[in-house]
Design a protein around this ligand. Structure first.
Ligand code: SF4
Length: 366
């Protein structure tokens, strides 16, 4: 058994196993069992070990442990129009410069706040199934200058699969870089630090084209020595490591936590890139969404505690029409937004403002 298979075999995938570890009651176990039939569970022993078991409201616990709120009403399956952007199975082309590939529906941890909850660990219908056709598409669309290999978690793929992706895309001259979307540095850093073959692969191909690892640290307690070691190993291979945080109620919606996280990321060479507004996804929104007004206040107050590099992070939402930055309040109390990336050219860089309700967490129209 290879390292990845061994690490994946150790993951906790049943309520029974959790019950033992966390001392759940019979009633709690039965309730959670019902949820796993729709939204599967998978937690690495490493990440489970980061939970403060004395604290019911522990932020690490919230991100990995199921909750009955996941079954509450409301929410959408596809919050940013992914199906409309799909040009062939597993390949999305929303922004003209970027091709997004869903390489797997598997992760080593199913984050409770995942916006692709509709499919991770559940349905393979949206997963890439014909790499040569994807290569051809990217070659033909010369406006595409980068490919994002995501999922699920791109590093759950076997090294041979990762290499196939690299082989297919590395020689396309119009690509400036290739990105991998992965939470492995956060939830299973050993898959990186103990896997010489993976590191060798990244180094070899990274010498031919820039590789970028887009990861997702959401709380400073995730920046453990193991995680930092994984990040450093990736950087030693020549990869650029960037972070996208999701703003999550009860996890990181406090100025001090956000500032510690962004400054902590910079201290190990990870550039904070986006703070994402949590999307109104089914099974997610009622538990994790933070209203814009409160989110903006937390981000701005946190920026006052950050160094200049940390505060290059942008507070954005990924809307069907584009990536929209939350700029701040104007003199009349309206929130100003700006398109950072737009699906349609007419919206590129467009600034607009609107009055927000105090509890408003999403934009229906722009
Ligand atoms: S690792 Fe990413 S894709 Fe997988 S469950 Fe977490 S947020 Fe979703």
């Amino acid at each position: 058994m290879g390292l990845l298979e061994k690490l994946m075999a150790e993951c906790i995938r049943s309520v029974d196993e959790l019950r033992e570890v966390l001392g759940l009651s019979e009633e709690e176990s039965q309730e959670l069992q019902r949820i796993t039939e729709r939204y599967p569970i998978c937690i690495t022993p490493y990440y489970l070990g980061l939970i403060d078991r004395e604290d019911e409201n522990d932020p690490i616990r919230k991100m990995c442990l199921l909750d009955r709120v996941e079954f509450s009403e409301g929410g959408e399956e596809d919050t940013s129009g992914e199906s409309d952007n799909t040009v062939m199975q597993g390949l999305q082309h929303k922004y003209k410069q970027t091709a997004l590939i869903l390489s797997t529906n598997q992760c080593v941890m199913y984050c409770r706040h995942c916006f692709r909850k509709r499919m991770v660990g559940y349905s393979g219908n949206e997963i890439a199934d014909h790499l040569p056709a994807m290569e051809e598409y990217v070659r033909e669309h010369k406006e595409i200058n980068n490919v994002l290999i995501s999922g699920g978690d791109a590093f759950v793929n076997a090294n041979e699969t990762i290499e196939k992706y690299l082989e297919h895309f590395i020689s396309i001259p119009t690509l400036d870089f290739i990105r991998f979307g992965t939470r492995i540095p956060v939830v299973l850093p050993q898959r990186i630090t103990e896997d010489e073959a993976l590191l060798g692969l990244l180094k070899e191909y990274g010498n031919k084209k820039q590789l970028i690892i887009a990861t997702q640290f959401n709380h400073p307690r995730e920046l453990t020595p193991e995680a930092v070691k994984a990040v450093r190993a990736l950087r030693d291979c020549g990869c650029i490591v960037r972070n996208q945080t999701v703003l999550l109620k009860g996890v990181n919606d406090e100025k001090a936590i956000l500032a510690d996280l962004m400054n902590g990321l910079m201290s190990c060479g990870v550039v904070p890139y986006y703070i994402f507004q949590c999307r109104p996804a089914a099974g997610v929104k009622n538990k994790f969404q933070v209203p814009f007004l409160r989110g903006w206040e937390a981000v701005e107050q946190a920026k006052a505690l950050m160094n200049g590099h940390s505060k290059s992070v942008r507070y954005v939402l990924s809307h069907p029409t584009g990536k929209i930055e939350v700029i701040g309040l104007d003199g009349s109390g309206k929130m100003i937004f700006k398109y950072h990336q737009a699906k349609e050219a007419k919206n590129q860089s467009r600034i607009f403002s609107m009055e927000l309700d105090s509890g408003q967490c999403w934009l229906q129209s722009t």
